[in-house]
Ligand binder design. Structure first.
Ligand SMILES: NC(=O)c1ccc[n+]([C@@H]2O[C@H](COP(=O)([O-])OP(=O)(O)OC[C@H]3O[C@@H](n4cnc5c(N)ncnc54)[C@H](OP(=O)(O)O)[C@@H]3O)[C@@H](O)[C@H]2O)c1
Length: 320
């Protein structure tokens, strides 16, 4: 029996995500299979699987016998933009390592704003001993947009810390300890409850620029924190950046933590770099380890070849 090869097409990511590191991990977990980097000489017909991160448009269409595409991250927006993407199952990553790292990022930033860290660091720099009233976590409602793999886990941890948590998704959900809202009709009600807005949505035609002026104006301002806060760790395309800057400057938003931007790397001229109300990180909220993901992909291939079902297959109509 011929064992189909696995093509590894990884462009970008941190040094932890170098092609060489991915190849070493995949060679270990796919022992009988040829794992190929883009420069390998191979008959494209031998490639049955592709593990990819930001493949170039058209790169995947070169493999006529492709059976499954594994995206090495959770978000598939870059792939969905490739009109020549082969019509085979597209699997995204949902592993506990990634989920745990995103929950760390969300918890860190929610706590940072709740505990007034921007004010306290500024006081320290200026040698001002000026304590401010610190309210309890229960006085703040965190609203999570996107109650999927990542959002649901962050919601659970934040609720355990003592925050009131509300969630918003496309379909209705029941989650213990979290008041859930769904669909466009309930977006307003969700925002009216929310003091800290955490966005963990996928980028799709329906969600592009959803983080805009109307949404910020709909947030709740009646907590001890006053002006609401935005935390976006989804995708840059979810946010209208001019609206964020205007909302920060006119007080509609009190602060923002941004991990993702419309243009990455963030251009030097961007006003976000020096904005006193912005905490920014270079798209590494959840920089998952290749070890965990390569095992997840190898297990899926094994199960698929034994006639089992693939997990976390993207619904191409919904775009996530
Ligand atoms: N910054 C980083 O380092 C980083 C790392 C990993 C992932 N991400 C981003 O995080 C996103 C979420 O990942 P995930 O694994 O949690 O995805 P997921 O499990 O697919 O969850 C997506 C959630 O968004 C909801 N949703 C989608 N479209 C919607 C719409 N139009 N209106 C309302 N809700 C909508 C879904 O609703 P339903 O539950 O009703 O389907 C679901 O609850 C990824 O797509 C990626 O862009 C960023």
């Amino acid at each position: 029996m011929t064992i189909g090869a696995l093509a590894l097409l990884v462009h970008g990511g941190t040094e932890n995500w170098s092609s060489a590191r991915w190849k070493a991990r995949f060679d270990e977990v796919c022992r009988d299979r040829r794992v190929l980097l883009p420069d390998a000489t191979v008959d494209p017909a031998e490639v049955h699987y592709a593990a990819v991160w930001k493949p170039r448009p058209g790169e995947l269409a070169a493999f006529p016998n492709l059976r499954v595409i594994f995206n090495l991250g959770a978000g598939v927006d870059a792939l969905m933009a490739d009109a020549s993407l082969p019509n085979v199952p597209l699997v995204r990553v949902a592993v506990s390592d990634l989920t745990g790292r995103m929950t760390e990022y969300v918890t860190l930033h929610v706590l940072m704003h709740h505990r007034q860290e921007l004010y306290l660091r500024e006081s320290q720099r200026e040698k001002r001993w000026a304590p401010r009233y610190q309210w309890a976590a229960g006085a703040i409602t965190v609203g999570i947009m996107g109650m999927g793999t990542l959002g649901a886990n962050a919601a659970e941890v934040l609720a355990r810390i003592g925050f009131r948590v509300v969630g918003w998704s496309r379909s209705a959900k029941q989650v213990d300890g979290v008041e859930c809202f769904a669909g466009k009709e309930q977006l307003g009600a969700f925002l009216r409850e929310t003091n800290i807005l955490v966005c963990l949505l996928p980028l799709t035609p329906d969600t592009r620029h959803i983080l805009n002026r109307d949404v910020f104006a709909g947030l709740n301002r009646n907590s001890p924190m006053g002006a609401p806060v935005l935390i976006n760790a989804g995708r840059g395309g979810l946010q209208d950046e001019a609206d964020i800057l205007r909302a920060l400057d006119d007080g509609t938003l009190g602060a923002a933590s941004l991990d993702v931007f419309e243009t990455e790397p963030l251009p030097q001229v961007s006003p976000f770099w020096n904005h006193p109300k912005v905490v920014l990180t270079p798209h590494n909220a959840a920089d998952t380890d290749p070890d965990e993901i390569s095992k997840y992909v190898a297990q899926q291939i094994e199960r698929f070849e034994a006639g089992g079902a693939l997990e976390n297959v993207v619904d191409r109509r919904r775009g996530y």
